[in-house]
Design a protein around this ligand. Sequence first.
Ligand SMILES: [Zn+2]
Length: 361
Amino acid sequence: MRRRRLTILLGVLVVLGLAATPGSAAGFGTIDTGGQSREHERLTRAALSCAGDARTDRDCFEPTTMDYLAGHDHEFGAVGAPDSDELSDPGAHCDGADYVTGPYPQTRTQATAALDDCLNQMRIRFGEGLDAAQRLLGPDGEVLANEVGLDPECRSREEREVRAKCAALEGFGRALHGVQDFYSHSNWADEADPTRPIGDENPPGLDLPAPSPLLDLRGPAPDPPVDLTTGCYVARDEVPGVGDCRLRVTHAGLNKDRGQIDPVTGAATDPTTPRGMVGTNFAKAVSGAVTETRREWQDFRSELVARYGSEHGERMICALTHDDPVNDCARRNLAVATAVPIGLAAVAVGAILWIRRRRTR
Ligand SMILES: [Zn+2]
């Protein structure tokens, strides 16, 4: 009898131990030539990869999934997709919202409209990602194997990709591209060259922190600061501006696109663009983009839970981040995962009490 009680007690401890164990849990450049060093890929990895400093985040992205989200080798990935098929659309990269106080070729209102175009494109992509996530789960909330497979790799740019995980990551990744470009293409987080006069060739820097209230993709954007500017972009991207960009702040003059980024820590060094080389402008643009990328992922998760409920929302988050969702996300719901062992423990304790009462009788 004593041994049986010990066995039951051990069983209770094991069950409780299991219950306490958590579940397993251009703008910036895209390619590796022409002065680009895969900046979008590297900063996305630094922000969200389980292999980087984001590993403490329960919802970090596992390696194969991250390869598609951030891109790898010659693959643009979801974040790099706008540099493949939306290269000439200024709204996909937050270009063209240029303005400097004083006589200027476009008004503050026109510049703000161009910024709104960029923000609205991000909102649409963000929403497409949220919509696609719905198809990750079947009618009983189960993860659907054919919607989460990553072999072959997602091909969102080239053909109509039908897998829900590919489509959800593509929408989210394209939104991230715009968010990241905002920091390299605008003066939100940078400073002007103190050795030169302020003007279209050296617009003021706002030196503001991330995240930016402008990039809250879930609500209406507030008015931008009056001195906020991005750069005008044409094929002949030069300082001073030519063609449509004459007398305007240009992408060439303002961008902080190029330099070295550590994909684990996000440390940014060796800037190579003129504005990026002023002070710590390149590092500020990269750290702003990393912070903002993490904020957007937080917001994306919050929206999944708000839209689809906590059980399904959490399982979608698991399916979007894990390389083997069918096995890893079956019982994502912590309430269910802990209720069963705790119930078993209660039964065991009840059995012990019943045995003890019988013995004392
Ligand atoms: Zn871009």
